[in-house]
Ligand binder design. Structure first.
Ligand SMILES: Cc1ncc(COP(=O)(O)O)c(C=O)c1O
Length: 380
C-alpha cells in the first residue's frame, strides 16, 4: 500500500534540549554523574496541598469533561489572581483553560493570524513559537534581539517589521531563554502600535528585580497566555489558561472544543487551590530561585564567564561562550560528554542564539556550584 509522505512537516524542528537530555540519560545509564541544567522545569515537587486537592477531586469523581473554557471556580481563581497581582479586572468569561500553555500558543496564533499572514516573533525566542506559527499556516517574521541591547526588544525594529500582512506580535516576558524582563515603557510602546499582542506571561511570577506587568495593564487588544507549570511547579499536571478580549471568545471556545474539549476537571481543582491558597509556598520557591540566580551570576563572573546582561526573571541565563568558532549544538554535546553538565544549545532558540548556551538554574545550589566548577575547568 502506498504510504502518504509527511514531508510537508519536515521544517518543524524538535527541541534540542530533548536531544541533550537523551544523550545525558545514556551517559547516566553508563554510570556518569550528570548535572541537568537543560530543562525549563522547576526542580521542586508540586506542593502536597495542591496534589491533595487534585486527589480529593478524583475521589469525588471530578473526572469528566468540563466547560471548554474551564470550570467557573478555576476561572474565578484566575480573575482573583490578575486582580491581586496586576490590578486588572477580568470577567471569568474572558478566560479559557487548557492542558498547559502550549496548546494555547497554537490556539492564540490560529485565532489572530489567518494563513499566509504574518506574526512578529523574536529571534531568539521559545522554540515552539516559530514551529506553531508555521503549523497554523502563518509566516513568522523574526525581529532580532541581541546582547548589545541587553536582550531587550527594540520597538523601532518591530515597527520596521510591520507589513500589511502583520496580524499579531508575540512576546514573552520574563523571557525564555534569556530571563530578561521587558521594561514598562517597551510594553507601553508595543501596545500603542495597535497590533494585537500575544503575551506569554508564564514566568510573570518569577520577576526578581523591579515590578512585573501584564500586557493587560496596557491594552485589551491582546491575548495573555499563562499557566501553572513554572511558578506553581506543576509541569506534569498540564494546566494553562489564556485571557482574551471578549470579541474573540466565542471563536476561541469553538476551536478549543475541537482541539481539547476541556482540561481535566481534577487538575483544574488542584490548580484552583494552588492559585488561591498556594501563594506563600510558591513565593518561597521564587525566593530560592533568586538566591540561585545571584549565586550563578557571581560564580560565572568569578570564572570570567560574565553573561553581560541582566537576567532579572524566570530561571535562565543565556551565556555567550568564549570560543565563538564552535557551534552551540556541538559545544553543548561536547561539554556534556566531557564534564557531565547538560545545557541547551542557543541555536534551539533561533539563528540569533548561535554562540550561546542556555543554563537553567532550576537545580540545587550544590549542583549549580559543581556545574560551574566543571565549566570553569572546561573553558580554561
Ligand atoms: C515561554 C514558555 N511558554 C510556554 C511554555 C509551555 O508551558 P506549559 O507547560 O504550560 O505548556 C514554556 C515551557 O517551557 C515556556 O518556556
Amino acid at each position: 500500500m502506498k504510504r502518504n509522505t509527511v514531508s510537508h512537516l519536515e521544517h518543524i524542528s524538535s527541541f534540542l534540549a530533548m536531544d541533550v537530555f537523551a544523550k545525558a540519560q545514556k551517559l547516566e545509564k553508563a554510570g556518569r554523574d550528570i548535572i541537568h541544567l537543560e530543562f525549563g522545569e522547576p526542580d521542586f515537587p508540586t506542593q502536597f496541598m495542591f496534589s491533595d486537592a487534585g486527589i480529593q477531586a478524583i475521589r469525588e469523581s471530578q473526572t469528566r469533561y468540563t466547560h471548554t473554557q474551564g470550570t467557573e471556580s478555576f476561572r474565578h481563581a484566575v480573575v482573583d489572581k490578575y486582580l491581586r497581582k496586576f490590578s486588572v479586572k477580568l470577567a471569568p468569561s474572558q478566560i479559557l483553560t487548557s492542558c498547559g500553555c502550549s496548546p494555547l500558543i497554537f490556539l492564540a496564533i490560529s485565532l489572530l493570524v489567518p494563513p499566509q499572514h504574518e506574526i512578529i516573533i523574536t529571534d531568539i525566542c521559545y522554540p515552539c513559537y516559530d514551529n506553531l506559527a508555521m503549523l497554523a499556516g502563518a509566516n513568522p517574521v523574526r525581529v532580532k534581539i541581541c546582547i548589545e541591547d541587553g536582550f531587550q526588544l527594540n520597538i523601532n525594529k518591530v515597527k520596521k517589521a510591520i507589513t500589511s500582512k502583520t496580524r499579531a506580535v508575540l512576546i514573552n516576558s520574563p523571557m525564555n531563554p534569556t530571563g530578561t524582563v521587558m521594561p514598562y515603557n517597551s510594553m507601553k510602546e508595543l501596545a500603542a502600535l495597535g497590533i494585537p499582542i500575544i503575551s506569554d506571561e508564564i514566568y510573570s511570577d518569577l520577576v526578581y528585580e523591579g515590578e512585573a506587568y501584564s500586557m493587560l495593564n496596557f491594552t485589551d487588544n491582546c491575548i495573555v497566555l499563562n499557566g501553572l507549570s513554572k511558578y506553581y511547579a506543576m509541569t506534569g499536571w498540564r494546566l494553562g489558561y489564556m485571557i482574551m478580549n471578549p470579541a474573540w471568545v466565542s471563536v476561541a471556545a469553538k476551536i478549543h472544543q475541537n482541539l481539547m474539549i476541556s482540561a481535566a476537571h481534577f487538575v483544574q481543582k488542584a490548580g484552583e487551590t494552588a492559585i488561591l491558597k498556594g501563594e506563600a509556598e510558591c513565593k518561597k520557591m521564587a525566593v530560592e530561585f533568586n538566591k540561585r540566580r545571584k549565586f550563578i551570576l557571581n560564580r560565572l563572573k568569578e570564572c570570567g564567564l560574565d553573561p553581560g546582561y541582566n537576567p532579572a526573571g524566570a530561571f535562565y541565563v543565556f551565556l555567550k561562550y568564549p570560543d565563538q568558532s564552535k557551534k552551540s549544538l556541538n559545544l553543548s554535546m561536547d561539554i556534556l560528554e566531557k564534564t557531565g553538565v547538560a545545557m541547551t544549545p542557543g541555536i534551539d532558540f533561533g539563528p540569533g542564539g548561535e554562540g550561546f548556551i542556555r543554563i537553567s538554574y532550576a537545580n540545587s545550589l550544590k549542583n549549580i556550584d559543581e556545574a560551574i566548577k566543571r565549566l570553569k575547568k572546561y573553558f580554561s
